[in-house]
Write a protein that binds this ligand. Structure first.
Ligand code: FMN
Length: 674
């Protein structure tokens, strides 16, 4: 993100005014309600002592999953052993005096990029690098890493943590837990690690076990309209500054705690298909100092659809209570309020909670205490204990929470404590998209390219939250007569998000997915489907540079693109011709349309067809980029490249694999896969 001097001056001034954004809500409480003594201290030993804590659960999370599991684990420690637990973001503390902690710690750490720590845990990583033998000989910990086996460096951040702690003579309690998102077993991996870890902690710490009843960490107050000024109630505003008319919302810094409300300047349908849809959408940055670089990701902050909200509020018997104003106070100063409050029941479940995601087996064991009938209770009990039955009857059926509740109670409504729903359902997280525009060509516009998730499954449709919101906006903005599958509150809180131009909260996440700065280096780009998004940005970069007459100096750009057919889902078909004209022989598009031939043809087949040229480009120092499906495509492409190298260089497959691994560490082989 390029910021000029003026931007920095503005940032400094604004940093003071908006420091509350970085506290993720803990300061909101102080400011408005006067009940929360916020921990300004970064000294974890002092914070734990002064709050009488007897256990710490730390998390390092990029998109909220590790944070979720950390919270779940802490809840179990509280319910089962009545421990006084603090859940803490690794970002919020320093670690110099860890060895003075006389209470145990659990870590939940995910891995990002090429085996990296999440952004929020890089300070922790730096501290680990300074540790020496004996530094942590009093320190006791457990650890659960979150990763994905389709990536080369599986659970690398948690691995690095264990290694560093081991070298410093810390004591690992129990086994090093690893959860695999790639195999879809994250939840079960966690549950089996948790079961053995809790047993072990019980013995090691001589803990008494109690019946696991839900114990809230928040105090919930229902307020009447006369008790609170209407202007202070959050109706879906992303953070406090949105309620403060003196804050200029066009000025950053923008991040995961403070998004920019970006106008959508245009949107269109890219597919020519009756039942599939892909949206091209452009965010206008001309009125803000938010900037990006080609290859970055943009986070879009979604809300839930009317349909999902309605079925959730109905089954939880909250529908008639949807306008109830809710205020939340933390039980102690180490607890953070997960979203801005006071708010309303409807707002909480429309804007701040993930109500349509998959259901965890664990939640059923606590939910059963709220079951409306003995039958529902015993069903919940059975499914919470029986891993196989849960996998067959719930997980593989892709039910969301409202559907599970309805299934358990045969449609009868549940009366679940609001505290439980608020604390047990994950927070709605921003969704990340690879930016498909170029910061050179489109400095004040961010383009995204998103396939609308809508899968026919038995007699239901499984739908994505954000992509259907984008579709709803696209149809409304273009005044289409087509009815969207899901309807959203497009005008948003206090009509801030619409109507025309519709707006959505966004922030930019910097990535390392970049073209080599030397444009004479050849590049091989492999991006089927919406995996082509960042490559459109790369090519638009070169297209812009070509206007300055540099095209003849460019290294070769080979773009492998694939989709089902040349007539239905060929993304940006017309644009490639235009780029070809400007870039001449430096750019070539190679297509693989899988459903136009008897044998299915994918990008990896096309890569293989061009093996001599690929080898020649690699020998000339080409950079390789892969974007799109992690589980199959990226693996198949990797295997194809291994074959090409092994055959071309007359080496073993292991040696070829090692070369590609080295390329990855040198950033010469980069993946942006999901
Ligand atoms: N998992 C790994 O084991 N190794 C990786 O190198 C890795 N890189 C990732 C890169 C991206 C862009 C994404 C989206 C995921 C990656 N993962 C990797 C998987 C995540 O660690 C996993 O999905 C985890 O559950 C995310 O947890 P979080 O939401 O707390 O960050």
């Amino acid at each position: 993100m390029g910021l000029d001097t003026l931007d920095y001056a503005v940032l400094v001034t604004l940093a003071l005014a908006v420091s509350a954004y970085f506290t993720k809500g803990s300061l909101w409480a102080i400011e408005d309600n006067g009940f929360n003594v916020t921990n300004s201290s970064r000294d974890i030993v002092e914070v734990a002592k002064s709050n009488n804590k007897d256990y710490i659960v730390f998390y390092g999370s990029q998109t909220g999953t590790a944070e979720d599991y950390a919270n779940k684990f802490a809840k179990e420690l509280k319910a089962k052993f009545k421990l006084n637990v603090i859940v803490a973001d690794l970002e919020d503390y320093d670690f110099e005096n860890l060895n003075e902690l006389n209470i145990p710690v659990s870590f939940f750490i995910s891995t990002y990029g090429e085996g990296d720590y999440p952004d929020s845990a890089t300070g922790f990583e730096s501290h680990l690098e300074t540790l020496e033998s004996g530094d942590l000989e009093n320190f006791k910990y457990t650890i659960f890493g979150l990763g994905n086996t389709t990536y080369e460096f599986y659970n690398a951040a948690a691995e690095k943590t264990v290694k560093a702690l081991e070298q410093a003579n810390a004591t690992l309690y129990g086994e090093f837990g690893k959860g695999d998102d790639g195999a879809g077993t994250l939840d079960e991996d966690y549950l089996s690690w948790k079961e053995s870890t809790l047993e072990l902690l019980k013995t090691k710490l001589s803990l008494n076990e109690f019946d696991s009843e839900f114990e809230p960490s928040l105090i919930l107050n229902r307020l009447s309209k006369s008790e609170i000024d209407n202007e202070k109630i959050f109706l879906g505003e992303p953070d406090r500054s949105y309620l403060n008319s003196s804050v200029d919302l066009s000025l950053g810094p923008f991040d995961h705690a403070h998004p920019y409300l970006a106008p959508i300047s245009s949107s269109k349908e890219l597919f020519n298909s009756k039942d599939r849809s892909c949206i091209h959408l452009e965010f206008d940055l001309s009125q803000t100092n938010l900037r990006y670089s080609t290859g970055d990701h943009v986070a879009v902050w979604p809300s839930n659809s009317d349909e999902k909200l309605h079925s959730f509020l109905k089954i939880t018997n909250l529908y008639n209570d949807k306008d109830q104003i809710i205020d939340l106070k933390p039980l102690d100063s180490t607890v953070t309020i997960p979203f801005p409050t006071p708010s309303t029941v409807e707002t909480i479940f429309r804007h701040y909670k993930e109500i349509s995601g998959p259901v965890s087996r664990q939640i059923l064991s606590t939910l059963k205490q709220f079951a409306p009938t003995p039958k529902a209770k015993s069903k919940a009990e059975r499914l919470s204990k029986d891993k196989v039955a849960f996998a067959e009857e719930i997980h593989s059926e892709k039910y969301d929470l409202a559907e599970v509740l309805s299934l358990l109670s045969d449609g009868e409504t549940w009366n679940i404590s609001l505290e439980f729903l608020i604390e047990s359902i994950s927070n709605l997280q921003p969704r990340y998209y690879s930016i498909s525009s170029s910061s050179l060509s489109d400095k004040t516009n961010i383009h995204i390219t998103a396939v609308v998730e809508s899968e026919s499954f038995k007699d239901r449709k499984i739908t994505g939250v954000t992509t259907n919101l984008l579709k709803n906006i696209q149809l409304a903005q273009n005044k289409s007569s087509t009815e969207p599958e899901l309807h959203y509150d497009l005008v948003g809180p206090r009509n801030k998000f619409g109507p025309l131009p519709y707006k959505l909260p966004i922030h930019v996440r910097r990535s390392t997915f970049r073209l080599p700065s030397n444009s004479s280096i050849p590049v091989i780009l492999i991006g089927p489907g919406t995996g082509v998004a960042p490559f459109r940005g790369f090519i638009r970069d070169r297209f812009k540079l070509a206007e300055q007459g540099d095209a003849d100096k460019f290294g070769k750009m080979l773009l492998f693109y694939g989709s089902r057919s040349s007539t239905e889902d060929f993304l940006y078909e017309d644009e490639w011709k235009e780029y070809s004209k400007a870039l001449g022989s430096s750019f070539e598009l190679i297509t693989a349309f899988s459903r136009e031939t008897k044998e299915k043809i994918y990008v990896q087949h096309k890569v293989k067809e061009r093996k001599e040229e690929i080898l020649e480009l690699i020998n000339k120092g080409a950079f390789i980029y892969v974007c799109g499906d992690a589980a199959r495509m990226a693996k198949d492409v990797n295997n194809t490249l291994v074959d090409i190298l092994a055959e071309g260089k007359n080496i073993s497959k292991d040696e070829a694999h090692e070369i590609l691994r080295t390329f990855k560490t040198l950033n010469k082989y980069q993946e942006d896969v999901w």
